[in-house]
Design a protein around this ligand. Sequence first.
Ligand SMILES: *Cc1c(COP(=O)(O)O)cnc(C)c1O
Length: 460
Amino acid sequence: MKKKYMAEPFKIKSVEPLQMLDRKGREQAIENAGYNTFLIKSEEVYIDLLTDSGTNAMSDKQWAGIMVGDEAYAGSRNWYHLEETVQELFGFKHLVPTHQGRGAENLLSRILVKPGTYIPGNMYFTTTRAHQEMNGGTFVDVIIDEAHEPDRDDIIFKGNVDLNKFEALIKKVGADKIPYICVGVTVNLAGGQPVSMANLREVNALAKNHGIRVMFDATRCVENAFFIKDREKGYENKSIKEIIHEMFSYADGCTMSGKKDCIVNIGGFLAMNDEELFQKAKSIVVVFEGMPSYGGMAGRDMEAMAIGLREAMDYNYIKHRVEQVAYLGEQLSEAGVPIVKPVGGHAVFLDAQAFLPHLTQDEFPAQALAAEIYVDSGVRTMERGIVSAGRDKEGKNHYPKLELVRLTIPRRVYTYAHLDYVAESIINVYKQRDTVKGLKWVYEPPVLRFFTGRFEPIKK
Ligand SMILES: *Cc1c(COP(=O)(O)O)cnc(C)c1O
């Protein structure tokens, strides 16, 4: 039987009823929110594609795990369960739990990043780079050039490290000034693009030649493992678990946000083999997070994370997740809606400049498009363009090359019917795109303006 798509590999035991405002209600809601989807109340949203961070649906087994939370201050049994799960799946000797991914980034950066050092990475991630810079380091982008080109859909591992760029940096600043290379698997800001196993192997070999550590940002590693199985020769018959194990054999440690591929709502960890790094991390985790046996998580949260990680190794789970994202991308692409290609592991990105060519970038096309989609259907998306890019030190606007609207798919939360609804709405907005008006500032916050900024439509 040939299938249109892979149906959900789960059945639904508990439901969260959704409210659907009518169009008038949505117009009022977006006006109240200053045309900023971050300021809409969650109850006013029908389908929420703002982020896939911490928005996962847990399984019945994870909820059962919540009930066996051991909330002892020290030595909780859930901690031992989480520790042995990560040791087994990732192959690292040591684990330091944190409240979420950035907690692990903080510990790692404080220990290894010193003023005057350089940290190469395959494109930056916001919190990761912020921690490196706060400790006096300089982030250097060593991703392949094609990762920055939205219409290059012929590159199947768009997250790969450019080894020439990495080697050039080593020659320029010296290996002793590079505490580690941070490799994101997948690369969030490139649109969830994967790194190949061959590239991970080569990065490791080059780094080892120069005595440089390799640290993964493991946040989306299961999505990356799926792409390797799906696209890289020699991995077709390997299990996700085997692929994960090999991937991490090319790293000395990792930071992890549990809010993504561990299929939980909160949590994270730092993992490593190095004894000295472990001792240092254990001595500062108590200051920033909590005891090394809970690190800011409740016992029940550690239990849910241990169970979630194991569930994430299930091929059908991850196949369904990544294919859902691809399905939404295909529906839009077939209708002529401009999107970034290839579609990555967690989100579809609309190219707002191509979508709304009658607006200049100063009229905030992505912001306006996200607001319009909400009004059309109650679907919440996020601007990733000039508003998110902010201003430089002189106060001038950054003009990012990409002006995007992100549709992020939470794990196990929505069905294909929901995705069809999303696609229909966006195609509908696309048909009436000439009527979408640009926006102007009503209130512009000095930092991270996309979170709380307010706008109104330009009347023309
Ligand atoms: C979300 C994310 C982080 C940060 O994790 P938090 O749990 O939100 O602190 C780091 N790296 C990547 C790639 C992410 O997607």
